[in-house]
Design a protein around this ligand. Structure first.
Ligand code: AMP
Length: 419
């Protein structure tokens, strides 16, 4: 039996995993510039957290969750997103209080039973931010600014920032009704499944990819007419700050996002290099979520960024970084003397990244392995070298070889690598 990784999942192989590390390291560095601290939450949570947090009617909850019962009869769900767990942990561990601002970041796998395709997986990975305890447009702008800074730092140049406002609960309720009224004739023509979906979340008709829905919604009322003054002012101020940050953006009145919890600001960063799944990230304000899952009324804003999508965008733009050699040198060990092992231990202690052949095969075989390994240097230690008190250090690209005293080997290789 040949086993395969489950559909919609991928192995991250050596070489690629280095790129993941680089991308995550860069994210941590950018987060530190704004004072965000990492939170790590469990891979699974009580199912109800997501039902309540994301909304019973969202597609993620109705169709995509990996839900199972454990042996104790509890319903658990592999996390389909990072925000509800982060907020659950924030509340449970009292990470903030009234008037306090808490900044969290996470790097996590997410699990969604989606139809796999390029850029869409059943296990995907996200970096994310949550800025909890501030209702200001400045807070939204900070999250957007950090997000864009990360992308630029990674070398993703082609970006489109789209922003919109969804208003607060009341205006949204009235707007949903207006949309449903407008869409009655369309809804009659749709399948039962689609009709139920749109009736429970009519905003999704606005960003539907179905051409029939798109055509029918072309003249639909926009949310703008229903927006409260407070949301309108919030949005205007946000756009003003984005302007001063030098961020290029488009106001997209059809941007609604898939998760129910958003209020006021929503945004997405898209990459033209990505094809159909062109969203690099999505985020926005979620002022009701914390109360929804049992906390005190607390405004918050955040973003979730797809790691695979960032890598795909870099790859499409030919901007993926080269992967480094797995070692600085391959040690060709031709003796059983403990002194040779001491040399190796000493070089590693001083930071030299060393490969060896654990089988200690013939000189010829070890040289071949050194060539294949990608390490730029081969260092030979045999009985002769031990007697002379020097190792043979060979630069594999040029073939140049030198006798070097053991205490000088690390320095010799390091300066050659820097040159
Ligand atoms: P969401 O949590 O749906 O707002 O998604 C935020 C970002 O995560 C998206 O813009 C994508 O970059 C990424 N993402 C979400 N779901 C998937 C998936 N199934 N496969 C790959 N990336 C995903």
């Amino acid at each position: 039996m040949q086993y395969k990784a489950p559909r919609g999942t991928q192995d991250i192989l050596p070489g690629d995993s280095e790129r993941w590390q680089w991308l995550e390291r860069t994210f941590r560095e950018v987060c530190a510039l704004y004072g965000y601290q990492e939170i790590r939450t469990p891979i699974f949570e009580q199912t109800e957290l997501f039902q309540r947090g994301l909304g019973e009617a969202t597609e993620v909850v109705t169709k995509e969750m990996y839900t199972f019962e454990d042996r104790g009869g509890r319903s658990l769900t592999l996390k389909p997103e990072g925000t509800a767990p982060a907020i659950r942990a924030y509340l449970e561990n009292h990470l903030g209080g009234p008037g306090q601002v808490t900044r969290l970041y996470y790097i996590t796998p997410i699990f969604r039973y989606e139809r796999p395709q390029a850029g869409r997986y059943r296990q995907a990975h996200q970096t994310g931010l949550e800025l909890i305890g501030s209702g200001s447009p400045e807070a939204d702008a900070e999250v957007i600014d950090l997000t864009l800074r990360w992308y630029r730092q990674l070398g993703i140049q082609q970006l489109t920032l789209k922003v919109n406002t969804l208003g607060m609960r009341d205006c949204r309720t009235r707007y949903r009704e207006a949309l449903l009224d407008y869409a009655r004739p369309l809804l009659r023509d749709l399948s039962d499944e689609e009709r139920v979906r749109f009736e429970s979340n009519p905003l999704r008709m606005l960003d539907s990819k179905d051409p029939r829905v798109q055509a029918a919604m072309a003249e639909a009322p926009t949310l703008e007419a229903f927006l409260e003054a407070e949301s309108q002012e919030h949005f205007e101020r946000l756009l003003e700050i984005l302007g001063t940050l030098g961020a290029e953006f488009e106001v997209d009145r059809r941007l609604v996002r898939g998760l129910d919890y958003y209020t006021k600001t929503v945004f997405e960063v898209q990459s033209p290099d990505l094809g159909a799944q062109n969203a690099l990230c999505g985020g926005g304000r979620y002022d009701n979520l914390i109360q929804e899952i049992g906390g005190p009324p607390t405004p918050a804003t955040g973003v979730a960024m797809g790691i695979e999508r960032a890598l795909l965008a870099l790859e499409a733009a030919g901007a993926l970084p080269e992967t480094a050699a797995p070692a600085d040198a391959f040690a060709i060990v031709l003796t059983k003397s403990p002194e040779a092992e001491r040399w190796l231990a000493d070089w590693r202690s001083r930071g030299l990244r060393l490969l060896t052949d654990p089988e200690r095969r013939s000189a010829k075989s070890q040289f071949r392995q050194a060539d294949k390994s990608g390490a730029p240097f081969a260092v030979t230690i045999g009985d002769e070298e031990l007697e002379r008190g020097s190792a043979k250090v060979k630069q594999l690209s040029t073939g140049e070889e030198r006798e070097v005293a053991p205490e000088a080997v690390v320095e010799h290789i390091r300066s050659a690598l820097e040159a």
